[in-house]
Design a protein around this ligand. Structure first.
Ligand code: C2E
Ligand code: CA
Ligand code: CA
Length: 407
């Protein structure tokens, strides 16, 4: 794969400069391509496009994304070390923005404000223009294959960047304040969707919503949920809030009071990604958690890892003793399912049953009520083969020339 990438890089850069592989999946290019900055950015875009084309490596179809950082001689540095470092800073910025991104180095103060400004601007635009949407992944009762719930998952379709994954933009939205606005938007949208299903006489199972720690710990979540459910004439008991362990770490009496008020309203609380954070079994005892979601990382190697098997078995037993339901996340194979059934795991969520689907399609599944487990056939596995995040370090060389103030 690296050879193929090198060939493609050579194809684009060849005429204008030299490409070096500096280790791992990092390349450096020294390029002389005119005096203005725009052509370099265009060249970077061309590189991302060419590298992003389908690549066949053995039996895999691989789609590669590229991150590029640019630095310019002599403005950003006058010696190779400085130029290299500065390009690396720009590269790390590019990676933060997600797949296929190119960043030009700007001085440190400008950099962080530029990043937040850019992202917030695009996210705000997305909120306003409905580039954000919600998909739903069903939760299946382990023994009956019946749909007993669904998790609302946020999707961002950027008109130029394509699909941006929540794992890429949620952490950045959390850094700024926008996560709260997005969170409240999700709550309202989900209530609106439930109302729509109900008006079509569809029996809707519990819908769970991811609540970031920041939102959970901020005042007014109770009021927002009450308002949204009242506005859309739905029962709060149709909702479950998924919180992560971070929320538990930062919990105070006021938030706990809000939590209890939500539960009195009928809203269920789930602990998400259990096992990945710092909280212990103790938190199950201490806090009134309705549902425990065991993280995918425990399920992934279940077949071969006897320690994971023992942990899951014990976790389920313990949770049951405390009256907590257990959901296994990221279940992909029938043998994982069988093991979880043996351990009396309550619910299964994962590609074995279904990926997340738009509202209309999941509505049809709710009508059917059941989903039959289907292991992914190899062509589908190909499609979901994780894109490899290529890192391309790109140092461009500006012609040696005194820049004027105007430039
Ligand atoms: P999560 O809450 O753990 O959501 C489950 C993630 O696992 C989803 O990824 C889902 O598509 C993926 N998944 C489900 N089944 C399988 C499987 O069998 N195999 C594999 N490999 N993956 C599976 P997604 O949609 O990319 O979401 C990623 C994370 O982004 C979520 O993790 C959640 O933490 C966050 N997120 C998504 N929507 C929202 C939202 O509305 N608000 C907040 N605050 N966070 C959200
Ligand atoms: Ca979740
Ligand atoms: Ca999870």
């Amino acid at each position: 794969m690296l050879e193929k990438i090198a060939e493609r890089l050579q194809e684009v850069i060849g005429k204008h400069g030299t490409v070096y592989r500096v280790g791992g999946d990092e390349f450096v290019a020294l390029v002389k391509y005119g005096e203005k900055r725009e052509p370099y950015v265009q060249l970077a875009q061309q590189i991302m496009e060419v590298i992003g084309r389908k690549m066949e490596v053995e039996e895999y179809e691989v789609f590669i994304t590229t991150s590029i950082g640019l630095s310019f001689y002599p403005n950003d540095g006058e010696d190779p070390d400085t130029l290299f470092q500065v390009a690396e800073v720009a590269l790390s910025r590019a990676k933060e923005f997600g797949k296929n991104n190119c960043q030009i180095y700007v001085s440190s103060m400008k950099r962080s404000t530029f990043k937040m400004y850019h992202l917030e601007k695009e996210l705000r635009k997305a909120l306003k223009n409905e580039y954000l949407s919600i998909e739903y992944q069903p939760r299946i009762e382990a023994n009956t294959n019946q749909i007993v719930g669904a998790e609302a998952l946020l999707r961002w379709h950027h008109p130029e960047w394509g699909t941006v994954l929540p794992s890429e933009f949620i952490p950045l939205a959390e850094e700024g304040g926008l996560i709260n606005e997005i969170g409240d938007w999700v709550i309202r949208k989900v209530c609106e969707q439930i109302h729509e299903w109900q008006s079509q006489n569809i029996e809707v199972p519990t819908i769970s919503i991811n609540i970031s720690a920041k939102r959970f710990l901020k005042k007014g979540l109770y009021e927002t949920i009450l308002q949204a459910t009242t506005d859309h004439q739905i029962e709060p008991s149709q909702l479950e809030m998924e919180i992560t362990e971070l929320s538990l770490l930062l919990l105070n009496d006021l938030v706990l009071e809000q939590w209890r008020k939500l539960q009195n309203l009928g809203v269920r609380i789930a602990l998400d990604d259990f096992g990945t954070g710092y909280s212990s079994i103790n938190s199950l005892r201490k806090y009134p958690i309705d549902t425990l979601k065991i993280d995918r990382s425990f399920i992934q190697y279940l077949e071969e890892n006897v320690i994971d098997q023992a942990i899951i078995k014990a976790l389920i037993e313990m949770a049951h003793a405390m009256g907590t339901r257990v959901v296994a996340e990221g279940v992909e194979t029938k043998s994982q399912l069988q093991f979880l059934q043996q351990c009396r795991c309550d619910e299964i969520q994962g590609f074995l049953f279904s990926k997340s689907l738009p509202g209309k399609e999941i509505g049809q599944l709710f009508i059917q009520k059941m989903v039959i487990p289907q292991e992914m056939i190899s062509s589908e596995k190909r499609k979901t083969f994780n894109p490899i995040h290529r890192i391309l370090l790109f140092v461009t060389c500006h012609p040696i020339k005194q820049t004027t103030d105007n430039e």
